[in-house]
Design a protein around this ligand. Structure first.
Ligand SMILES: Cc1ncc(COP(=O)(O)O)c(C=O)c1O
Length: 434
C-alpha cells in the first residue's frame, strides 16, 4: 500500500522537491507532506486513509467545500461538450457579466488561467497605459511569480533620513530574476504611511502602478489601516499611477464584492483568481474600461492564452459565483469562523499561550503573539517555533492547517457545527501538547 512517505520518496525522483508548488513540501514546518486521495465538504483524506478537516481549501478556492454537487454537475455537463475550443463561448460572456456585476470597479475583464498570469498581465497593461516603468509593491505581499514581482527590499532601500531611496539596492527574492528588471520595482514596508508618502514624493511621476494585496494573506493575515488605504488611492490618483488591487486571494473570499467593497475603494485594476475558478485553473484581471481598451486585439498591449476562459473552468467558476451570491452566505461563513476563533482564544488563555487571531469573511489568521500583526516584521517576531509544534499537533488530531506561519487559512461554508466543535477539541489537545 502507498504511504505518504513512500509517495514522497517516489515523487522526488521525477519532480523537484517532490511537489508541483513549493509550500506543499512542508519545508517550513518539517515532516512528510500528506498525499491527498480525495476530498468532500470540509474534509480530505490522505492515501493512508486518515481524515483531516481541511483548513486551506486549496489555498483559497474551495469556499463551497470540496466536490460541491452543483459544481461537479456543471463541470460534467460542460465536459460532455469537449474540454476546450480556442474560440469564444457564451459562458465566457456570462462569467464576465457576473464579475462586472459583483465587482463594480471592473468595467471590463479578461479571463486568464492563473493568478500569476493575472498580475503579470495587469502590470504590463498599467505600464502600457501610463508609458512608465516603475512599480510599487509592499514587503510581505505575494503577487505570483512574475519576474518584476519577485523582489524584496534590501535593508538599505528605504533610508528616509534624507528622503532618498536607492532603487539599485533592491534584491530579487529568487535567483534567475535579472537585476535590470528589479530596478523597476520599489518595495515599501506594508502599512507604513510615511514611507508611502515619501516614495510618491520622490518617484510619483515615474510610477506606472502600485500593486497591493488589500488584505495581505501571504505573510499570514495582515490588515491595513484605513489611513493607509486612503493614501494609496489618493496618491495614485494624484500622480496618474494605476492602483491595482490584487484580489486573487481576497476576491469573493472576504466578501462578495472583495476587499475593495469593505474598503470603500475603487481600484483602477483588480486581479482575481482562486474562488472565481471554483478550484479549476482560472483567474482574471479587469477594471477601468479606458485602461482595458489598451489590450490586444484592440489595443497595443499584448496578452493571450490558449486555455483562457476554458469551458470547464468557466462552468466551475460561474456555478461557484452563483452559489456564493445567495444572500447571507458571507455572514454565515464569517460567523462560523468567529465561533472557531473565539473558542481558540479562550482555550489559549486556559492553556497559558500568547495567542491572537483575525479574520475577514472566510479567511483567517492565527498568531502565537500577544496581539494582531500590522506588518511582516510583526509576524516574524511571533513565536514561529511554537506554531510549528502546533501545526503538527493539530495534524495528529486530524486538522490540516496551512503548513507555514506565514500563510493565512481558509474555511468553507461547510465548516460549521460539528466540524467547528472537532476543531476546538483538537485545539485543546494541541495546546496541551505544545
Ligand atoms: C494575492 C495573490 N496574488 C497572486 C497569486 C498567484 O496566483 P497563482 O498561484 O494562481 O499563480 C497568489 C497565490 O497565492 C496570491 O495569493
Amino acid at each position: 500500500m502507498n504511504t505518504n512517505q513512500s509517495l514522497f520518496d517516489r515523487a522526488q525522483i521525477t519532480t523537484p522537491g517532490g511537489v508541483n508548488s513549493p509550500v506543499r513540501a512542508f519545508r517550513s514546518v518539517g515532516g512528510t507532506p500528506r498525499f491527498i486521495a480525495k476530498a468532500k465538504g470540509a474534509y480530505f483524506w490522505d492515501v493512508e486513509g486518515k481524515e483531516y478537516i481541511d483548513c486551506i481549501g486549496s489555498w483559497g478556492p474551495m469556499i463551497l467545500g470540496h466536490a460541491h454537487p452543483e459544481v461537479v454537475k456543471a463541470v460534467q455537463l460542460a465536459a460532455e461538450n469537449s474540454f476546450s475550443f480556442g474560440a469564444p463561448t457564451e459562458a465566457e460572456i456570462l462569467m464576465a457579466e457576473k464579475i462586472t456585476q459583483l465587482v463594480p470597479s471592473i468595467e471590463q475583464v479578461r479571463l486568464v488561467s492563473s493568478g500569476t498570469e493575472a498580475t503579470m498581465s495587469a502590470l504590463r497593461l498599467a505600464r502600457g497605459f501610463t508609458g512608465r516603468d516603475l512599480i510599487i509593491k509592499f514587503e510581505g505581499c505575494y503577487h505570483g511569480h512574475a519576474d518584476s514581482l519577485l523582489v524584496k527590499a534590501g535593508s538599505g532601500l528605504l533610508t528616509f533620513a534624507d528622503q532618498t531611496m536607492d532603487l539599485a539596492t533592491n534584491a530579487p527574492s529568487s535567483s534567475g530574476v535579472p537585476q535590470d528588471l528589479v530596478k523597476h520595482t520599489l518595495v515599501l514596508p506594508f502599512n507604513d504611511l510615511e514611507a508611502l508618502q515619501a516614495a510618491f514624493k520622490q518617484f510619483g511621476p515615474q510610477v506606472a502602478a502600485l500593486i497591493v494585496e488589500p488584505i495581505a494573506g501571504n505573510m499570514n493575515l495582515v490588515q491595513m489601516t484605513p489611513e493607509f488605504i486612503k493614501a494609496m488611492r489618493d496618491l495614485t490618483a494624484h500622480y496618474g499611477s494605476v492602483l491595482i488591487y490584487d484580489e486573487v486571494m481576497t476576491g469573493f473570499r472576504v466578501a462578495l464584492g472583495g476587499a475593495q467593497s469593505l474598503h470603500g475603494i475603487k481600484p483602477d485594476l483588480t486581479c482575481l483568481g482562486k474562488v472565481m475558478g471554483g478550484g479549476m485553473p482560472m483567474a482574471a484581471f479587469g477594471g477601468r474600461k479606458d485602461i482595458m481598451q489598451k489590450l490586444a486585439p484592440i489595443g497595443n498591449v499584448y496578452q493571450a492564452g490558449t486555455l483562457s476562459g476554458n469551458p470547464l473552468a468557466v462552468a466551475a467558476g460561474l456555478t461557484t459565483l452563483n452559489l456564493v451570491s445567495v444572500p447571507g452566505f458571507y455572514d454565515k461563513l464569517s460567523n462560523n469562523i468567529q465561533t472557531l476563533l473565539t473558542g481558540m482564544g479562550q482555550l489559549a488563555i486556559e492553556a497559558g499561550h500568547d495567542f491572537a487571531s483575525d479574520h475577514v469573511g472566510g479567511m483567517f489568521g492565527i498568531y502565537f503573539a500577544k496581539s494582531k500583526p500590522h506588518s511582516l516584521d510583526d509576524i516574524t517576531k511571533s513565536d514561529i517555533e511554537k506554531f510549528k509544534r502546533f501545526f503538527h499537533a493539530m495534524l495528529d488530531e486530524g486538522v490540516y492547517l496551512a503548513p507555514s506561519a506565514y500563510e493565512a487559512g481558509f474555511l468553507s461554508i461547510q465548516h460549521e457545527g460539528v466540524v467547528i466543535e472537532r476543531m476546538l477539541a483538537a485545539t485543546k489537545a494541541a495546546f496541551a501538547k505544545i
